[in-house]
Design a binder for this molecule. Structure first.
Ligand code: PLP
Length: 391
């Protein structure tokens, strides 16, 4: 709870060990690409169950590097979901490729494999399934479609630290996995990211692209960036990684408590969780059935806040409606949309995906972070039960 008595939706959980680890880096005078980055990469690779992990300075840069390392570029189409953080789409555009939206399943809110298949053209090169709110996307079907059509699969795992699909951790199933350690995530380094892969070639390329395309101090062999994670971030990450399972388990317990306690409320529906996944609940997501509630979600969020409960309310619109896409305002002179390698037209204003349209704007995430007390959890339940349209 904050000083005004508001139960916050998210709080980073860091303690004295993280503070000490940062102080140690500062005292050492060694801030870039040192032993903490190496240790965090090795620890993360082991935790996810892959051969390689490459640390970056954000989840967005991880996605950008992954696309570049997989040779996705001008003229290529990449299939993406319409409900995700915009970074998933941004990364595709930064690589001069074209995001093509496929619809979601109306109950899990993750990519619908059938619609992915329908969106494949002769330009399609990759699919980015997003494990939304901590729930793994339908990876078996997506991998089958990808292998049949020779497509690269880049898992956006930014919200799914430790999530599992049929016994495998996400980020180890597709060709590449991309992670974010932004402040609100299940574990955090403030800002930060990671790439995971079993493909040595992609890992090697990712390391080069991450640091100015350099193979040595004087050799720049490909177009690169400064997307490096620093030692301060990595030192926090090493400590957070030691706590990840404990933090995840509390998040899961809190979320399941809320789902269970609110199950009989007719106007809110939890995200469907197939029995073969481990959901790690970046959010405790519910779909608001506005007609049954008799109020729109915006008003609901306002009323909850007035009663002392902050909730997340995203994503308000399917992302193909974002101004940037509707106006195709990416690089100057119309690139990548006018790129001669593409040679096609795409009009985002004409895209209409029925399930995404039904769900967007009506999703709320309840507080579920590991610092919540039993009394706060009970208060959340009580506040939801006190709303007008409740039984
Ligand atoms: C699904 C998703 N993809 C990508 C990102 C981008 O990560 P970052 O903020 O670390 O750049 C985020 C979140 O922040 C995210 O939620």
């Amino acid at each position: 709870m904050d000083k005004d008595g508001l139960i916050k939706v998210s709080i980073p959980v860091v303690g004295e060990e993280e503070i000490e680890a940062v102080a140690e880096v500062l005292r050492s005078g060694y801030y870039v690409q040192g032993r903490n980055v190496k240790k965090f990469e090795e620890g993360w690779a082991e935790y996810i169950g892959v051969e390689h992990a490459v640390a970056t300075n954000s989840g967005t840069s991880a996605l950008h590097i992954a696309l570049a390392a997989a040779d996705i570029g001008p003229g290529d189409e990449v299939i993406v979901p319409p409900l995700t953080f915009f970074a998933t789409i941004e990364a595709v555009l930064h690589q001069n490729a074209i995001p093509v939206f496929a619809d979601i399943d109306p109950e899990t809110f993750t990519l619908d494999p059938k619609d992915v298949e329908d969106k494949i053209t002769d330009k399609t090169r990759a699919i980015i399934p997003v494990h939304l709110f901590g729930l793994p996307a339908e990876m078996d079907e997506i991998m089958r479609i990808a292998r049949r059509n020779d497509l690269v699969v880049i898992e956006d795992c930014a919200q799914a630290h430790g999530a599992e699909y049929k016994g495998k951790r996400v980020g180890s199933i597709g060709d590449v996995g991309c992670w974010s350690f932004y402040a609100t995530k299940n574990i955090t380094t403030g800002e930060g990211g990671m790439i995971t892969t079993n493909n040595s070639e992609i890992a090697e390329k990712a390391r080069i692209i991450r640091s100015h395309g350099m193979t040595s101090r004087d050799d720049h062999v490909v177009l690169g960036y400064n997307y490096r994670m620093n030692e301060i971030q990595a030192a926090i990450g090493v400590v957070q990684l030691r706590k990840i399972e404990e933090l995840n388990n509390i998040r899961i317990r809190n979320s399941l408590y809320l789902i269970d306690s609110l199950r009989d409320i007719g106007w809110m529906k939890p995200q469907k969780i197939p029995d073969y996944v481990r959901h790690v609940f970046f959010w405790a997501p519910f779909l608001v059935e506005e007609e049954k509630l008799g109020m729109d979600t915006k008003e609901l969020v306002k009323q909850l806040r007035e009663k002392g409960v902050e909730v997340r309310h995203r994503y308000r619109e399917p992302l193909y409606k974002q101004t940037m896409l509707v106006h195709k305002a990416a690089y100057p002179r119309g690139c990548p949309f006018t790129c001669p390698y593409y040679g096609k037209e795409i009009e985002y204003s004409k895209v209409y995906l029925p399930n995404a349209e039904k769900v967007a704007g009506k999703l709320i995430g309840l507080p579920n972070h590991p610092k919540l007390t039993e009394a706060e959890l009970a208060k959340i339940v009580k506040v939801f039960r006190s709303l007008i349209a409740n039984p």
